[in-house]
Structure formats: structure tokens, C-alpha cells
Design a protein around this ligand. Structure first.
Ligand SMILES: Cc1cc2nc3c(=O)[nH]c(=O)nc-3n(C[C@H](O)[C@H](O)[C@H](O)COP(=O)(O)OP(=O)(O)OC[C@H]3O[C@@H](n4cnc5c(N)ncnc54)[C@H](O)[C@@H]3O)c2cc1C
Length: 249
């Protein structure tokens, strides 16, 4: 199907088109590929995982600090179990470093038991409040003044690039068409009888179902289908990336 602009592939018809080849879109495509469906993944970028998925903090979260009872709490917990298992099965690098939430004043120290209770309400019962001695035993190079910490043993780091690549590779091997450098523009929304018509920078693609995995642009895509379900409010932030030489710290 991937015969470029102007070729017969431009008029491709699919059961499902996933817009976005980030970690979300590729994971969904991999899952759907187990079914008897014609599936395509479209992404404007030239490679998979080129959006937010390539530029995050790489934490495999336990969900200990989510708001209990929310969808986020449920999904982060479920995602943790699924991704931990998938990483072990496929060899995605994971380092179970654990996390320390350090208290630097009395108010923060007093809040630690509440954070532990919150973790338990989220179904995570392995956190522990530890004293300053144990904090410095675990992190000898931490600056002076720590009064205690909440230790969260399950927090890990996971390679974000390998994760998206693994999902995409499995999806493609299972028959999914991965169409990169393909930006989705206007859409003529279909109905039960007519498929959706998706105009892209590489021709028109038709789909019975569209999965919106367009990350920060997912609200725009939503609007192109005539919905106003949600708005993404991106925020610009700053991360400090240390050299590998700083790793022992
Ligand atoms: C600074 C930072 C730190 C983070 N840290 C963590 C962390 O430690 N742990 C964690 O679990 N999560 C973390 N996250 C969140 C996580 O990175 C995101 O939730 C995740 O990457 C979102 O994946 P996605 O597939 O939804 O989006 P993306 O990876 O952004 O993928 C969306 C894709 O859609 C494509 N697209 C958009 N519009 C179109 C269009 N019109 N046509 C074609 N393609 C289109 C884009 O090119 C992009 O590739 C962090 C996020 C940030 C910003």
C-alpha cells in the first residue's frame, strides 16, 4: 500500500486508521493487529515516537500519587502492570531505581504519612516513610537538610524510544501499514454507511473507524470530525539533562 503520492495506495481503504505514531497510537495499533482488520497508522513525522513520546522523563509510574478514584489512577496502575510485563517479555530496558519524595521542612515531613495513605488508596501499598538516616544511606550525595522521605520502591525508568519502536515493529509485522511523513489535514466525516475520508499530505485515506492518538494536536483532530469534546492546553517547561558522566549522582 505504501507506494507514495499519486500511486494507487493514496486511495487506500482501511477498517481502522490510527492518527499518531507515538506510544499511544503504536500500542493501540499493536493491540488491534491481533484482530482481522485492515489497519493503518498515519503520522506527520518521519519516524515513530517523534512527538512527546521521545522527550519525556522516562518514568514507569506506579500511580502512587494520582488522585484516588480517578480514571488516571486506574489507568496508570493498569499501564504499570502491562508495561512492566511487556518490557520483561521483549527486553525493553527498565531500571527499578525507586523514588524518594524528600521532606525539607516540618510541613513536608508532616505530609508524608498522608502521601503514603494516598498511595494505598491508589492500590499501591509498598511505600514507606523513612527517616533522615536512611535517606542519606540511600542517597549519600543529597544536599544537607533532608528530614525524611517517602520511599516508593516500584518507580522505575524505562526506555521510551524502545517502547514505541517495539509496539510499532510488532504492529507492522502483524500487517499494519505504517505511513510516516503523512500529515492529516481536512476530514470528511463519514457515517454508518460511508467511511471517513481523511485528506493527508500523501493523498486520501478512507477508514470506517479513526483512532485519535494525535497527542498535543488531538483536540484539532477532534474538531475536524465536528466534535468539541476537549481542549489540550500545552505548557512549555524546562528539563535539565545531565551528561552520562553524572550518572553516579
Ligand atoms: C516533559 C514531559 C515529561 C513526561 N514524563 C513522563 C514520564 O516520566 N512517564 C510517563 O509515563 N509519561 C511522561 N510524560 C507523558 C508522556 O510522554 C505522554 O503522555 C506520551 O508520550 C503521549 O504519547 P502520545 O502517543 O499520546 O503523543 P505523541 O508522542 O505526541 O504522539 C502524537 C503523534 O501524533 C502525530 N500527529 C499529530 N497531529 C497529526 C496530524 N494532523 N497528522 C499526522 N500526525 C499527527 C504527531 O506527529 C505525534 O507523533 C511526560 C510528558 C512530558 C511533556
Amino acid at each position: 500500500m505504501n507506494d507514495g503520492p499519486g500511486g494507487p495506495g493514496d486511495q487506500a481503504a482501511y477498517d481502522v486508521v490510527v492518527v499518531g505514531a507515538g506510544v499511544v497510537g503504536t500500542a493501540i495499533a499493536r493491540e488491534l493487529a491481533h484482530h482481522d482488520l485492515r489497519i493503518a497508522v498515519l503520522d506527520a513525522a518521519a519516524d515513530v515516537g517523534d512527538g512527546t513520546s521521545k522527550a519525556n522523563t522516562a518514568i514507569l509510574h506506579t500511580g502512587f500519587d494520582a488522585t484516588p478514584g480517578t480514571l488516571e489512577s486506574r489507568l496508570v496502575r493498569r499501564g504499570y502492570d502491562l508495561l512492566e510485563g511487556y518490557a520483561a517479555a521483549t527486553g525493553i530496558p527498565v531500571e527499578p531505581l525507586g523514588a524518594l519524595l524528600v521532606a525539607w521542612d516540618d510541613e513536608q515531613l508532616a505530609a508524608l504519612p498522608k502521601l503514603k495513605a494516598k498511595a494505598e488508596a491508589n492500590g499501591y501499598d509498598r511505600t514507606r516513610v523513612i527517616g533522615a538516616d536512611e535517606v542519606y544511606r540511600r542517597e549519600p550525595r543529597l544536599g544537607p537538610g533532608a528530614l525524611g522521605a517517602l520511599h516508593v520502591p516500584g518507580e522505575s525508568i524505562i526506555c521510551p524510544w524502545t517502547t514505541t519502536l517495539a509496539f510499532a515493529t510488532e504492529a507492522v509485522r502483524a500487517g499494519v501499514d505504517l505511513r510516516l511523513s503523512t500529515r492529516v489535514g481536512e476530514v470528511v466525516a463519514g457515517d454508518g454507511d460511508r467511511p471517513h475520508e481523511i485528506r493527508t499530505s500523501r493523498g486520501v485515506v478512507r477508514a470506517r473507524y479513526v483512532v485519535n492518538a494525535a497527542g498535543l494536536w488531538s483536540d484539532e483532530l477532534d474538531r475536524r470530525f465536528g466534535h468539541r469534546g476537549f481542549t489540550v492546553t500545552p505548557r512549555r517547561g524546562e528539563l535539565i539533562v545531565f551528561d552520562k558522566l553524572a550518572r553516579p549522582l
